[in-house]
Ligand binder design. Structure first.
Ligand SMILES: *Cc1c(COP(=O)(O)O)cnc(C)c1O
Length: 395
């Protein structure tokens, strides 16, 4: 038995996405920039897909720019807003401590170029306060970028409130909605966001494709030089099969948002309740303001990596921290941002389930994790100290 519970890292491509992609390999293979018939058939298809994507987030087709995924969309949004601000003498950017590295590393780069970055603290439940964003806004603030839902602890941020604040203050607002898209309803008008990043492979679409929504009236800069694709804002022949797969997957996910949440939330809560029974554990992130499929929990006295390997032997595929940081010895910046000490942050487990998972699988995960944590504690020198009383429990 293999139980896949790593859907925040990536998802299985849905049947409808695969089927939507197939004609674009052998039939509609033209280059949308070509004036010949095959090219024009591809161009027409691309236009139609753009309209369909736009409709799913209540945007206009001209506001959608296809990219190679979430990282590129984040980079383009942030660099664009920074350079636009710089022209007006605005070199201050506001973000949060627990963003994805596609955002944080881009901000680091801008800091080296002379921008001033304010990273707002998140509270111990992993939620940003809109009023903290408001307080941080200055005359020279060029951009606010706050993620929609966190990729490690699944917490959902008050995007509409932050959008309202930024709109009133005339500051550009970007949100990395990669974990939210297809899982939580998105309406760019209601949320008052100016830029929003999406990636297909987080909602059962293919990898290497995504899009950036950029509100009409906000000047977008291109990162890649070349042809005039995407109205000159993103050179490179369009990934038409990918875009078709993304559109089909997103349509399906958006149509089923409520149905999937109804199925996932009880599974997630069952998992949380079962795992919380393990002594000296703590669920990370707000239990209500949370993605339907995310469970993140720490166990004192053990290493997350050993837990993952032993769970994998039992057929359970989970994760510890984000896929990008696993492999490094630093504990997750997200867990540190919500105030977990290093020692505890090392013993974290992320299980991200999908609507394909079952109740039986949840129960198997609970019994396996309980067993493995118990085993690891028996051989842990830290646990021995805790038990003897020469070290104090944190959890
Ligand atoms: C996965 C992810 C990204 C990166 O998206 P890619 O398409 O893999 O480049 C960015 N932000 C968040 C929150 C993510 O979860």
């Amino acid at each position: 038995m293999r139980i896949y519970a790593d859907n925040a890292a990536t998802t299985r491509v849905s049947k409808s996405a695969v089927n939507a992609m197939l004609p674009y390999f052998e039939e509609i293979y033209g280059n949308p920039s070509s004036l010949n018939t095959t090219g024009q058939i591809a161009a027409e298809a691309l236009g139609k897909l753009r309209c369909e994507i736009a409709e799913l987030i209540n945007a206009k087709p001209q506001e959608i720019y296809f990219t190679s995924g979430g990282s590129e969309a984040d980079n383009q949004a942030i660099i664009t807003a920074a350079k636009t601000g710089e022209k007006k003498g605005k070199k201050h950017i506001i973000s949060t401590k627990f963003e994805h590295h596609a955002v944080l590393h881009t901000l680091n780069k801008l800091e080296k170029e002379g921008f001033e970055i304010t990273l707002i603290d998140v509270n111990e439940n992993g939620v940003v306060k809109a009023e903290d964003v408001e307080k941080a806004i200055r005359e020279d603030t060029a951009l606010v970028t706050v993620m929609f839902a966190n990729n490690e602890i699944g917490t959902v941020q008050p995007i509409a409130e932050i959008g309202e604040i930024c709109r009133n203050k005339g500051v550009i607002f970007h949100t990395d909605a990669v974990q939210a898209a297809g899982h939580i309803a998105i309406d760019v008008e209601a949320l008052k966001v100016d830029m929003l990043s999406v990636s297909a492979h987080k909602f059962h679409g293919p990898k290497g494709v995504g899009f950036l929504y950029c509100r009409k009236g906000i000047y977008l800069r291109n990162l890649i030089e070349g042809g005039a694709q995407e109205r000159g804002k993103r050179a490179g022949t369009e990934n038409l099969p990918g875009i078709a797969g993304m559109t089909a997957a997103m349509k399906e996910a958006v149509e089923k948002i409520d149905e999937n949440a109804k199925k996932l939330i009880p599974l997630r809560n069952r998992l949380i309740e079962g795992l919380e029974k393990i002594p000296h554990s703590r669920v990370n992130g707000d239990k209500e303001k949370r993605l339907p499929g995310n469970v993140n929990i720490c166990f004192e006295g053990i290493e997350g990596e050993s837990l993952l390997l032993l769970l994998d032997e039992k057929g359970i595929e989970a994760s510890s921290g984000s896929a990008c940081t696993s492999g490094s010895l630093d504990p997750s910046h997200v867990l540190l941002s919500i105030g977990l000490p290093h020692d505890v942050a090392h013993g974290s487990l992320r299980l991200t389930i999908s609507e394909e998972n079952t109740v039986e699988e949840m129960d198997y995960i609970i019994s396996s994790v309980t067993e493995v944590v118990d085993y690891l504690r028996q051989i842990s020198p830290v646990w021995e100290e805790l038990q003897k009383g020469t070290r104090e429990y944190i959890l």
